[in-house]
Write a protein that binds this ligand. Sequence first.
Ligand SMILES: Nc1ncnc2c1ncn2[C@@H]1O[C@H](COP(=O)(O)OP(=O)(O)OP(=O)(O)O)[C@@H](O)[C@H]1O
Length: 507
Amino acid sequence: MSVLNLQQIMSSRFRTSAAADAQTKSLMEVLGLSTKAAVARLAIGRSLSLGAFNGEAVDAKGLEIPAASLFSQDDVTIWVGLILTHARSHGIALDGMDAFRSALRQHWHRGAAMLIDDWRSSGENFDQFVGTLVKRRADLPDVGTSARTQKPSAANVTSAEDQSSQLTKALGEIGVGAEVKGVVHGPRLSRYKVALRDVNQLDKLRKGLERLALAMSLRDMMPALGHGDEAKTVTIDIPRAPKSWTTASKIEFLEALGAVSGAGAELMVCPGMTVVGDPVLFDLRTAPHLLVGGATGQGKSVCVHAILSSLIVKHTPATLQLALMDPKRVEFSIYAKSRFLWRDEIAVGADAARETLRALVSEMDARYERMSELGVNNIGDLAAKGVRLPFIVACVDELADLIMQDRSVEAEIIRLAQMARAAGIHLILATQRPDAKTFSGLVRSNIPARIALTVQKASESQIILDEGGAEDLLGRGDMIVKLAGSSLVRAHGYYLTPGDVENIVAR
Ligand SMILES: Nc1ncnc2c1ncn2[C@@H]1O[C@H](COP(=O)(O)OP(=O)(O)OP(=O)(O)O)[C@@H](O)[C@H]1O
């Protein structure tokens, strides 16, 4: 600690954000804590167990507190050590008092928002809240976790599995003048940064990708080309053999969701990680409806459970209800006793699914009526007028089955897809049989967000994504995420076991 010293820290004052200040006050009340410092320590501890900050701007308009109230002489060394270790582990430069104050402010801000989320997720039940904290070890910051020096999803790739030299050689063989400048090994693919000798090499490389795969003996695994972050650089993603893959599980999943908080995070879902291991997060409110398709056994169910779990983690039954429809009668039994179930039951079989879709349309109409009475356009504004309605996320597990059994449901689906968003109702439609007969153009054009797991043919990828690509995925939760207005994102799903989902659903 050459630039920071403990004396300086103990004689400083620390200021939190306006949001954290307000949250600290409510947490004092609901938890019965007598000082803001006690909440602050809990919040900082909660945040320390997570990864890097997400870049959100955090103001310094909240409470100011002297270090002597925040820490004691006995424990200041531990707290400072934990904050410094966290910063070092996540590439945050703490080179002076200003940087230290800012880091502490961000921890307090992030941790307070997360404690509020925890409180809501516990159904505002004190024992359950404390149980959750203890389970997460949030009240005892864990040096082992904070000191992690690589992303949980980073692969441990041996030098034999690093293909930099084969790539350099193969680029030469296909006549592309380029140099491999670096590599990031993600969960399943390695991303090579390649500097081209001149920009004309790009066309040659694009046209030569298949020959590159052949030169590197990649068999049917195609490399993918992307733009680099510097002039004349590109990235080439190359799949590795499955033995060096890493699978991210519930811990990383919860960590990724824990890092997003606040009003904007209400319907944030996190199905997987990018090629380089960063969480893929998107907001179902803006999506606003999602189609998930993939051949049987490729990870569609795991993906849907991760999406529903993302929502449950951030809500209480008062703020979220799940309308689950299971025409095949197999998928949603884990949720049977969940307090989040809309109308306390799963619609099993085609008849019940049709009834549920009709009931959802009626609910939507009733919500529209309420909005019009109060002169507002959406449930957010309705809440501002004191009428708080839960979001309803409606999920059909096998849409193709349902449509084949009863074509008439298409009308309800289209109506909901066109209008339900403002009423706080969102659709997730899953299928293992993406074909043009079951998914009319009208259904597809009203469901803008898509996730494709591995499919058998390019034509199926076309149905889900409106383009090919999903037929080349690697299976086991490998996916392509398409959101309106953004380019496609390759992702690898979090692997939640049935037991993990059961625990989350039992909240
Ligand atoms: N994200 C993942 N990471 C690693 N393995 C996964 C992942 N997702 C799924 N798998 C593997 O794939 C298997 C099948 O997954 P899942 O049950 O979700 O497939 P599915 O496409 O829903 O199949 P079906 O349509 O037959 O129900 C899982 O049991 C697991 O072994």
